[in-house]
Design a binder for this molecule. Structure first.
Ligand code: NAP
Length: 288
């Protein structure tokens, strides 16, 4: 049995679908069982646990052949990342106590970066899970194509997408969450020893201009990308309700300046096959 956290979300859901399709038993680890009825109907066992709660997580991981860890996103973390650290402590304690046979943890491109930024939350998770007594894989995907969900309304209504990724013609490693889930499910079913890092991107790199032209194709109207001036980011993020904009700004700097990147040789990076056209098509059709 594979215990899957984040099953009600994009990646965790894709992992579970792939495992079920391969005939593997799945235990969905959910914080709110009333949101997981569809998974019970598909034959999943359900366990209730919050990612910050070691004792319920331990029970959820017990007897598992493999565990998939999906660290919750925190876009506005307090200084020192206390939220991420609480998850890391609970997950580490639960893994040590429950002793699943193997662990696959969703991490991120750039988790190896030394500069503090939003992704440092995953650097800390990797550092903690490196110490676990069973085989551990860190899956480091690129920028999710689904992040373009934020751009659907402005692309459709105004023909513009606001880009923090700059310059507009710089290709960025991006990947669809269906590919991330498929690869995570494959990794869970493999046998390996020690700690390994698997980096993953989609079939081709995507610049902000590519995002705009793909939106244009999907929407059947002209769409252009527009740079959001770095000078305006902090005030803009604060006006959107963020209290601690710096980690997010530094993450964007990391992509733009190149210190958030893959570290493997190019021929070792796993490539998915989900195309940007497919993902944007789904985002647009879901928005109407
Ligand atoms: N966006 C990117 O470009 C990118 C790139 C690389 C890696 N990542 C990583 O991808 C992950 C996000 O994956 P996703 O897009 O699949 O997320 P998602 O669709 O937002 O789903 C998040 C899942 O986590 C669950 N969850 C959230 N907080 C929880 C908590 N405190 N306790 C238990 N469960 C909790 C949610 O459950 P509910 O249904 O109860 O809310 C949901 O199942 C993050 O770890 C992020 O670092 C993202």
């Amino acid at each position: 049995m594979f215990a899957i956290t984040g099953i009600t979300g994009k990646v965790g859901g894709a992992v579970a679908r792939r495992l079920l399709a391969a005939g593997q038993p799945v235990r969905g680890v959910v914080r709110d069982v009333t949101r997981a009825g569809a998974w019970a109907e598909r034959g999943c066992e359900l366990a209730t646990a919050r990612m910050e709660d070691a004792s319920s997580l331990t029970a959820a991981f017990e007897g598992a052949k493999g565990v998939f860890i999906l660290p919750p996103s925190e876009f506005d973390p307090e200084p020192g990342f206390p939220g991420a650290r609480a998850v890391i402590d609970a997950v580490s304690t639960a893994i040590v106590k429950a002793r699943p046979e193997k662990v696959v943890c969703l991490s991120t491109i750039g988790a190896q970066a030394h500069e503090s930024n939003l992704l440092t939350q995953r650097t800390l998770m990797e550092q903690a899970l490196c110490e676990m007594p069973m085989p551990v894989t860190f899956l480091r995907p690129g920028w999710f194509m689904e992040n373009a969900a934020w751009d659907v309304a402005s692309a459709r209504d105004d023909g513009v997408i606001a880009s923090y990724l700059q310059p507009l013609d710089k290709p960025v490693p991006m990947v669809g969450t269906a590919d991330v889930g498929r690869v995570a499910a494959e990794l869970l079913q493999q046998t390996w020893s020690g700690v390994r890092v698997v980096e993953l991107e989609g079939p081709r790199r995507v610049s902000p201009n590519d995002l705009a032209s793909t939106f244009a194709r999907v929407l059947g109207r002209p769409v252009r990308a527009e740079v959001v001036d770095r000078q305006t980011w902090e005030a803009l993020f604060r006006s959107q309700g963020m209290k601690y904009p710096l980690p997010r700004m530094r993450m964007l700097d990391g992509f733009n300046e190149g210190w958030i990147d893959f570290e493997s040789n190019p021929d070792e990076i796993v490539r998915g096959d989900v195309e940007l056209d497919t993902v944007l098509g789904e985002l647009v059709s879901r928005s109407v």
